[in-house]
Design a protein around this ligand. Structure first.
Ligand code: CU
Length: 383
């Protein structure tokens, strides 16, 4: 018996020493604040361990020392004012001692002052994706803006048909890019319900609330790719809206901004270009898979009672004006949201064309296609 207990303790000790245990702890992170939070967490953790050892040690020692077989006459005193005052004052002092450094860290976390040379990024939660707007960077005549959509295919998370990828449910089509050693403020809000923007390596976790802007400031010390997710239950696909941040050097950041500006110029040209059906279909197929298939299903069959089938839909087959309107404006009060900001003119025209010419719709419908310039026209008439 004694031997087995010894083995068990040895086992516990050896597993404590192995690195696996470190993964159970919170990450040290890559910002000054995240490191401060980690140090604070460890300091308080050890205070708690020390108190636990003392209290339980004393408890077990007393049980053993004053067991009935050793003391046939137990002491029968009650109330000891000195002791009672002592065990009130000591914990109070310990709590105050822990609250001081904790409040100091909180104060740094809540410093939202803009800094010289810093950048502001508006973060907007959507069911179920994140939008990022770089408020200081104009592209065309609007701030640079894009959406981050989950890229893990449903075959991995719904049907278990294929092996899970390394960054399972933590991968997106377009990560946010930020420069290192620069003060970055995230202005966090929501378009629909409450979400929460959580990036463990930055020690940033802020609710995204419609109509409010919550600010989180960070300054990343090390280049790298950091992953987090939405941490406020926000609907059925809450688990499918990850966050990926790519921290790069200032030069790489400037180069990335330039590619964004070039892409905007390219788009102006692309909306004018003559498009073939095949080109539109291949872009449309990709857009459909990442933006629409989650609800309307890969084969356009929808889910009865939740998401209408697009295969065989009269609107999709025969009413391109109404379908364009649905995609641009969304359907109020339903999960069919506006894609006007999420897709550019080429992507919008392609995905509409794709739905009109897939799943048999091409045989029963009017077989028309929608061109990027139709979307440009829609936008012009709309304003
Ligand atoms: Cu969410």
């Amino acid at each position: 018996m004694k031997n087995k207990l010894g083995l068990f303790i040895l086992y516990l000790l050896s597993s404590f020493a192995s690195a696996d245990w470190l993964d159970v702890n919170m990450p040290v992170g890559v910002t000054d604040i995240s490191q401060e939070v980690f140090t604070l967490h460890m300091a308080i953790f050890f205070v708690v361990v020390a108190i636990g050892v003392l209290v339980f040690g004393f408890l077990f020692w007393s049980m053993w020392r004053y067991q009935k077989s050793k003391n046939d006459k137990p002491a029968d005193f009650k109330e000891n004012h000195k002791l009672e005052i002592l065990w009130t004052v000591i914990p109070t002092l310990i709590l105050v001692a822990m609250a001081i450094p904790a409040s100091m860290t909180l104060k740094t976390i809540y410093d939202h002052e803009a800094e010289e040379g810093g950048i502001d990024i508006q973060v907007i939660g959507w069911q179920w994706k994140w939008q990022y707007k770089y408020l200081d960077e104009q592209v065309g005549n609007k701030p640079l803006s894009f959406f981050s959509n989950l890229t893990t295919p449903p075959d991995q998370y719904e049907f278990n048909r294929v092996e899970k990828s390394e960054n399972y449910l933590l991968e997106v089509d377009e990560p946010i890019v930020i420069p290192v050693d620069t003060s970055v403020r995230f202005l966090i809000t929501s378009n629909d319900v409450i979400h929460s923007w959580y990036m463990p390596d930055f020690a940033v976790k802020q609710d995204a609330i419609p109509g409010f802007i919550n600010v989180a400031k960070t300054r990343v010390n090390e280049p790298g790719i950091y992953r987090g997710n939405c941490t406020e239950l926000c609907g059925e696909r809450h688990a499918y809206m990850p966050i990926v941040v790519k921290a790069v050097t200032r030069d790489e950041y400037d180069a990335w901004l330039q590619t964004k500006r070039d892409a905007a110029e390219e788009l102006a040209y692309l909306t004018e270009k003559e498009w073939t059906v095949d080109e539109l279909m291949s872009i449309g197929e990709e857009i459909y898979a990442t933006r629409c298939a989650a609800c309307h299903q890969a084969d356009g069959s929808g889910i009865a009672g939740f998401y209408p089938a697009l295969a065989g839909s009269d609107i999709v087959m025969n009413d391109k004006a109404r379908q364009t309107e649905i995609l641009m404006e969304g359907i109020r009060g339903s999960q069919m949201q506006s894609f006007a900001e999420q897709l550019n003119e080429v992507e919008m025209a392609s995905v509409i064309t794709f739905t009109k010419l897939s799943w048999g719709n091409e045989r029963s419908g009017d077989g028309e296609i929608v061109l990027p310039k139709d979307i440009v026209e829609y936008k012009e008439n709309d304003t």
